[in-house]
Design a protein around this ligand. Structure first.
Ligand code: T46
Length: 179
C-alpha cells in the first residue's frame, strides 16, 4: 500500500498493491496496520452507493460531535472525488483537493473529519465503497453548494444530476462553520 500526502493538509492518496494472475486479481482493499502510519482513525461503518453517469453527490459532511473521516474507494466505474477543507485553523482552509478514483486505478482517498466531501460519477453504474470513522447521524448532516463560487470547484460539468437537498445546499461563506 503506497500512501502519499497531498497539497491539502492531511488528505492522503492511497494506492494498494494489486496481485494480477491468470484468474484476475487480488488486493487487500484495507489493512489498518499498513495505513496506521498516516491514518489513526478506527472506522466503524462501511457505505456503498451506486451512481449513474453525471450524478453529483455532495458536498456533504456531518457536524461535530459526529464528524466523520472517510476512506473512499471506487469498486467499479469512476468518479471525480472532491474534498473541501473546512477547518478554520488549517493553512488550506477553503481549498479543495480533487482526484479521479476508479475501479481501474484502485486509488483510495482518505478525507479527515472537518472536510466536505462530494463526487461526480463519470460512468454509469459506478460503485463507491467507503469507510466512516463515526456512525450516520441524520441530525448532524450538512451540505454545501457544489458550485459555490467561493469554492470555485471545476467539476467539468455544468448540469449534473442532483438530489433536491443538494440543489438547496448552503453557501460556504454564510454557513455556521463549527470546525
Ligand atoms: C449517508 C447515509 C445515508 N443513509 C440513508 C439516508 C437516506 O435515506 C439514504 C440516502 O442518503 P443520502 O441521499 O444522504 O446519500 P448520499 O447523497 O450518497 O450521501 C453521501 O454522499 C456523500 C458523498 C458523502 O460523503 C456522505 O457519506 C453522504 O452524505 O440513505 C443511511 O442510512 N446511512 C448513511 O450513512
Amino acid at each position: 500500500m503506497i500512501l502519499e500526502k497531498t497539497d491539502i493538509n492531511d488528505i492522503i492518496l492511497l494506492t494498494p498493491k494489486v496481485y494480477y494472475d491468470s484468474r484476475g486479481y487480488f488486493m487487500e482493499s484495507y489493512n489498518e496496520k499498513k495505513v496506521a502510519m498516516l491514518i489513526k482513525d478506527r472506522f466503524v461503518q462501511d457505505n456503498e452507493s451506486v451512481s449513474h453517469k453525471n450524478v453529483l453527490r455532495g458536498l456533504h459532511f456531518q457536524l461535530p460531535p459526529h464528524a466523520q473521516s472517510k476512506l473512499i474507494r471506487v469498486v467499479k466505474g469512476s468518479i471525480l472525488d472532491v474534498a473541501v477543507d473546512l477547518r478554520k485553523d488549517s493553512s488550506t482552509f477553503g481549498k479543495h483537493f480533487k482526484h479521479v478514483l476508479s475501479g481501474e486505478n484502485k486509488k483510495q482517498l482518505y478525507i479527515p473529519a472537518g472536510f466536505a466531501h462530494g463526487f461526480l460519477s463519470l460512468e454509469d453504474d459506478t460503485i463507491l465503497n467507503y469507510k466512516c470513522s463515526d456512525y450516520y447521524d441524520a441530525k448532524s448532516e450538512a451540505s454545501l453548494l457544489w458550485n459555490d463560487p467561493d469554492l470555485s470547484i471545476d467539476w467539468g460539468v455544468l448540469d449534473p444530476i442532483l438530489a433536491e437537498k443538494d440543489r438547496m445546499a448552503e453557501n460556504f461563506v454564510t454557513f455556521e462553520n463549527p470546525f
